[in-house]
Design a protein around this ligand. Sequence first.
Ligand SMILES: [Zn+2]
Length: 353
Amino acid sequence: MRIIGGSCRIWLTALFVFLAAVLSQRAQAERTVTKLADGVYEIRHEPNGNTTVIIGDRQVFVVDTCFLPSAAREDIAQIRQWTDKPVSFVLNTHFHNDHNFGNRIYMDAFPAVTVIAHVETKKEMDLFGPGSARREEQSAIDYQKMLDSGKAPDGSALTDDDRAQLKKAIPRVLARSEELKAVTFQSATLTFDHDFMIDLGHREVQVKFLGRGNTGGDAVVYLPREQIVITGDLVVAPIPYIYDGYPTEWAQTLQNLAQLDADTIVPGHGPVMHDKAQMYLIRDFLQSAVEQMNVKLGQTSPAMFQTLDDVKGSVDLTAFRARFIGDDKDLGDAFDEASAHLVKVVFEEASLR
Ligand SMILES: [Zn+2]
């Protein structure tokens, strides 16, 4: 079975969820906290999204609330160790539920909290958030079907290792579903469409929409004094998640992001970065795919008259392979999947022209 290399889109497909389930097993031990500045912390919970905690003199601002209610509760307990100030603001960087299903837990703990998202993000959260538990349940059913048929969704035969992973994943996914079922999804309570600033008390937080990218409503959080930027899944390490989104605009949005004066970068997933290399690498990766696709379409005919199979061989992203995976051969499949998805998304984007 081809295992695809990303785990953000827990809500998406059985195959994808399969990997998320497998990764979550080892991820639980991978919760890590990194202090970024006095009163500013990143909490990583791979494979789910990063949470950033920003503490001011009066109030606390939390960026993304993770997926499982139990993880959000653990984060809140941690925040209470850091400060007795209330979490007054939660911001969801985008609609994928591994960044916002924890909203409800924050609202239960801090009833006055305002949950903020870009107007487009709220629309998608309203649509996809409430079905989260049902999708987990469906994943368990799909895994059982794979075991029963001996085949992966792409028709390939399961290996012994695949079987073992699926058998372990099913009870975990069902347990997750039970956990999610116990919580009513909480969407945003305040939307924005461009930018705004909040002073938490000697702590200025700027929230910006710099253009579409990973989704239609990606929010970026910038702390000008601390020179910290929190990117959501516009930037992810080691391999970007590209399962839909807007590649042409995404490259420009990353260019806009790179203009912010920051030396600490919190990606949507992955460790804190201290330079913009990954941001530029993703920008170049997106741009290269778009440019190669445009050359091919220009030489042949518009996308509406072609299929993905007609054109995908003309986009070669192998030059980026070593730059993304370095010496980690285990990331090779994830990179290949990301590349294949990028070409597909770029073609779909071109088809809309
Ligand atoms: Zn994510």
